[in-house]
Design a protein around this ligand. Structure first.
Ligand code: CA
Ligand code: CA
Length: 250
């Protein structure tokens, strides 16, 4: 699988009162995380907080369930109403992205998160990367990669949402080894700059024509069929350093 990495559901958290724990994997791999989310239990960056560098499928395990109200993020972070990166009708899934971007969460996202997950490559902020999810709205199983992958069988070919970071387009195909019907997805949704850091991002929270049909992904644009980011977000806010989206389950 070379430079493609399957998301590991690591619990990596530290708090004001507990020394950092669980960061050894990054060191073991000779890498360090660039993705970061500081999450507070109260608005305006007040109250108890935890700093996350990687996914946490059960915030209740650190006594931090249904309480996050403000965040400061680098990278793309997903906040789910339920454990294991899940959310069901009538609840919400929220994403926040940016570079050292502070946000008081909007009402639908406050005191809601039960699991959180980072999107794409946690070791490189704007590396060319694709992430696929087996459910819409970035729920369920996930994997990401930084190179071609001729067979997305890890997700049982059930990709239903996609996030891209970096500047490269990626071509997703309905058959393995880049055959079948292929469509070019471009990271053109948001572009953030902060000092010398850049974050390019594309959000495809649904794949109406291709859900559960994608079987391979190849770097670059190898199709005349260009897929634009969908516009089904209930609400989205964007400013110079980052932004957020609110997705209502249905
Ligand atoms: Ca709270
Ligand atoms: Ca919840």
């Amino acid at each position: 699988m070379r430079a493609s990495y399957i998301f590991l559901a690591l619990v990596v958290a530290c708090s004001a009162s507990v020394p950092p724990q669980g960061t050894t994997l990054a060191h073991d791999l000779g890498r360090s995380y660039v993705g970061k989310a500081q999450c507070w239990a109260e608005p305006d960056g007040t109250g108890e907080y935890h700093i996350f560098n990687d996914n946490n499928p059960h915030l209740g395990g650190i006594g931090f369930d249904n309480t996050i109200e403000s965040v400061r993020v680098t990278g793309v972070w997903m906040f789910y109403n339920e454990a294991e990166f899940s959310a069901h009708d009538p609840s919400y899934m929220c994403y926040v992205y940016g570079i050292d971007y502070f946000l008081n969460l909007p009402p639908q996202c406050r005191n809601m998160a039960t699991s959180i997950r980072y999107a794409c490559n946690p070791y490189e902020l704007n590396g060319d990367c694709w992430a696929v999810y087996d459910l819409t709205y970035f729920r369920g199983e996930s994997m990401f990669g930084t190179e071609d992958m001729p067979d997305l069988s890890y997700l049982s070919h059930e990709t239903s949402s996609i996030i891209l970071t970096g500047e490269s387009s990626w071509t997703f195909c309905t058959e393995t080894h880049y055959s079948g019907y292929c469509h070019c997805f471009t990271p053109d949704t948001y572009h953030e700059e902060q000092d010398t850091q850049v974050l390019d991002l594309a959000i495809f929270e649904e794949l109406p024509q291709f859900s559960n049909r994608i079987k391979s992904v190849r770097k670059g644009c190898h199709s005349k069929s260009i897929i634009s980011s969908s516009s089904h977000r209930l609400h989205h806010m964007h400013d110079g350093k980052g932004g957020y989206g609110i997705l209502k389950m249905n």
